[in-house]
Design a protein around this ligand. Structure first.
Ligand code: SF4
Length: 457
């Protein structure tokens, strides 16, 4: 009998929907149906059925082809390559669970690596602004139940976080927002007429790259001062109208995305957005939230902050203490300055999503990809190690975009012999300990591991 598994988490976008239902075959090896997910989530679960998923690591041969090798050989190669490197970079982690993120911390510390995640090319500027200016934020439940004015600044959830608007921000009928969409004023700030903008009551089609000026204008108006007739391509009367709508609301929620973090000003756009949120709190209640991209990209910020005190761009090469300085210790900057001599791509696709010059630089050195699927990063790697898919055939903890932790389930039985990220990193760590004749101090309490001891490799 096929089995319907309920309250499943979707491992794709930062909405981290946890109301998915998945019908699996009676042997627990195939996804038959997916209910409640958007088209992206639906596709993700069905993709796990792909019979061509890699089950063994592949190592590049001298003639350029890839040849399958055992997990033991892959673990040995990775441990030796990391130990031989002077400054390895371990990067990615948008798409894995917190257990994997924690396990890699041990490997990074042991190899004196730089440990970085996709925030570096995504919401990293938001972190910098938060360090400077604080983060007056809330949970998505607060938004659903209270927000009667929702601002989408430089983000397009209808495409990037498809169920965000129906679960949290526009359509749901909350405790104090019983009329759903009718109870909310929606404001979109975007140079394009996106599908989110089409849903909005007010759309500011600002000049691209002039967000800071528009934030500044809203602040100026809220503080009772005059502004020019046009700011950032928007009319004064429209800005006054939006400022009034925010002031009159009972709870204003500002969501922001790549339109702010990837354009001129970067962290300063977020700085001033946070200041605007503060200003609004002198009139009403207001809150702000980054539209984090991947379902667990908030995870490394949490896990590594507990482990090392920093959320990303963590330089462990000193051996005695961690150091963080985006611009100096951020992945793209390190790659462009050719400062790293080994690259490990985990749960992301730097091959597809990094600037090509940065990819060319890291390609000069050993390049290892740890990923459940074939992707650009796996195809240019010297070694590709497959792992189980977190949220599909491996459970674990993930942090939603509002930093609420959610326990995700495994809905399928994992591919035979393929480890999870956590198991793989523990194997690599233990192998590094054997090679350096040191005690695997982190693992002594872990007597439930499912892989063979590297001592016998
Ligand atoms: S909105 Fe995001 S988390 Fe929810 S089902 Fe779609 S892709 Fe998955």
């Amino acid at each position: 009998m096929p089995k319907l598994i309920t309250q499943v988490g979707c491992p794709y976008c930062g909405s981290s929907c946890d109301d998915i239902e998945v019908l699996v075959s009676d042997d627990g090896r195939k996804v038959l149906e997916v209910h409640n997910a958007c088209i992206i989530g639906n596709n993700l679960f069905h993709h796990a059925n792909d019979s061509t998923r890699p089950m063994l690591p592949r190592r590049r041969q001298p003639d350029g082809t890839m040849k399958e090798i055992s997990f033991e050989e892959a673990v040995d190669y990775t441990a030796k390559t990391l130990l031989a490197a002077k400054k390895p970079l371990i990067y990615g982690f948008g798409s894995t669970n917190c257990e994997g993120m924690s396990a890699v911390g041990r490997v990074a510390e042991k190899s004196g690596a730089i440990l970085d995640n996709c925030a570096s090319i995504c919401h990293g500027p938001s972190f910098l602004a938060i360090f400077d200016n604080g983060y007056p934020s809330c949970t998505l439940g607060e938004v659903k139940n209270r927000a009667d004015c929702v601002v989408f600044w430089g983000c397009n959830p209808m495409h990037a976080h498809p169920r965000h608007t129906s679960r949290y921000s526009i359509f749901p009928r909350g405790f104090f927002t019983g009329k759903g969409q009718m109870a909310r004023t929606i404001i979109s700030i975007d140079p394009r007429e996106t599908d989110t903008a089409k849903l909005a009551d007010i759309h500011y089609m600002l000049d691209q790259g002039h967000d800071y000026e528009l934030f500044d204008a809203f602040r100026t108006v809220l503080r009772g001062h005059d502004i020019p007739d046009m700011v950032a391509g928007c009319k004064k009367e429209d800005i006054l109208k939006g400022a009034e709508a925010m002031k009159k609301a009972r709870f204003v929620m500002i969501f922001f995305g790549m339109g702010c973090t990837h354009t001129d000003g970067r962290n300063h756009n977020i700085d001033i957005a946070i200041s605007l949120t503060r200003d609004l709190n002198t009139h009403t209640k207001a809150s702000i939230m980054a539209m984090r991209g991947h379902y667990n990209i908030a995870g490394p910020g949490q896990v590594w902050s507990w482990q090392f005190g920093f959320p990303y761009c963590i330089d462990l090469s000193k051996g005695t203490h961690a150091h963080m300085n985006p611009g100096e210790t951020s992945s793209i900057d390190l790659a462009m300055r050719d400062e790293i001599d080994c690259f490990v791509n985990v749960g992301t696709d730097a091959g597809a999503h990094w600037p090509i010059d940065a990819v060319r630089h890291v390609k000069k050195h050993p390049f290892i990809t740890i990923d459940p699927n074939f992707c650009m990063a796996s195809e240019i790697a010297d070694l590709h190690i497959p792992v189980r898919i977190a949220g599909v055939d491996e459970g674990g903890v993930v942090y939603r975009m509002d930093n609420v932790p959610i326990q995700f389930k495994a809905v399928l039985k994992g591919l035979s012999g393929v480890p999870s990220d956590e198991e793989l990193f523990d194997m690599i760590y233990e192998r590094m300990c054997v090679l350096t004749q040191t005690e695997p101090v982190w693992l002594t309490a872990k007597d439930d591991r499912k892989y063979p001891s590297p001592a016998v490799i």
